[in-house]
Write a protein that binds this ligand. Structure first.
Ligand code: GSH
Length: 222
């Protein structure tokens, strides 16, 4: 692997522990925890309700995660992940090559703008979270969302046709964003079927699942 000035800059520096404020079952909370694990940063999760007064004081739109690092509160996962990658050593998760970096940013934007809103509000919330909270499953909403989710999964399947990682020749933030999004989908029966019919995504998810960062951030089963 080539020399990376960010590694040299942090040589000998004791990595601080960071605090992640997020729900225990949270896609973006998991993204940040996976990135921290990949970077070798110790983290503690403080289970946090996104609409609590404490979280609203950290995040004006009442979203999780927020991260406390070196006495600073950071919000918005893209900003948090890029900060952790910039400041801490270890293997870089943002490519140096501008084209690869643009490709990575594109997939992160796909997750933020299109995939997460569709999978979260169309499937994961109604199918998994609503019953946990004693509410009925909105079958109509689930059925209406499935074709769009299938279309979005198809884009990832196509992109992974002949490559091991989505945006570069090694793991980037985009792989972690997509992995956490589709792992949430994989907790639903509908998601399991769709993923079963997506061999490229299945191969890539299997590989990422075997990483320590995926194992230590896995959602509790049940
Ligand atoms: N753009 C935000 C999205 C964060 C987000 O949507 N978080 C979800 C949990 S995965 C949340 O706070 N949901 C609660 C809500 O929408 O009220 C980021 O990148 O951090």
């Amino acid at each position: 692997m080539g020399h990376d000035p960010r590694m040299a800059a942090n040589k000998g520096r004791k990595l601080p522990e960071i605090t992640i404020y997020a729900a225990e079952i949270s896609t973006f909370g998991r993204i940040v925890a996976m990135v921290a694990t990949e970077k070798g940063i110790d983290w503690t999760l403080v289970p946090t309700d996104s609409s609590s007064a404490e979280q609203l004081a950290r995040h004006p739109f009442g979203k999780t995660p927020a991260v406390e690092v070196d006495g600073h509160i950071l919000i918005e996962s893209d900003a948090i992940c890029r900060y952790l990658d910039d400041v801490f050593g270890g293997v870089p998760l943002v490519p140096d090559n501008p084209l690869d970096r643009a490709e990575m940013t594109k997939w992160m934007a796909f997750v933020q703008s299109y995939m997460f809103p569709t999978t979260e509000f169309g499937l994961v919330m109604p199918r998994l979270v609503a019953p946990m909270m004693g509410r009925e499953v909105d079958e109509n909403r689930v059925q209406k969302s499935l074709p769009t989710i299938q279309y979005q999964l198809g884009l990832v399947e196509q992109a992974l046709m002949d490559r091991a990682f989505i945006a570069s020749d090694r793991l980037t933030l985009a792989d972690i964003y997509l992995f956490c999004t589709w792992m949430a989908v994989a907790h639903t029966d509908e998601g399991k079927v769709m993923l079963h019919h997506s061999p490229n995504v299945g191969r890539w998810m299997g590989f990422i699942s075997s990483r320590e960062s995926a194992r230590t951030t896995a959602w509790p089963e049940g």
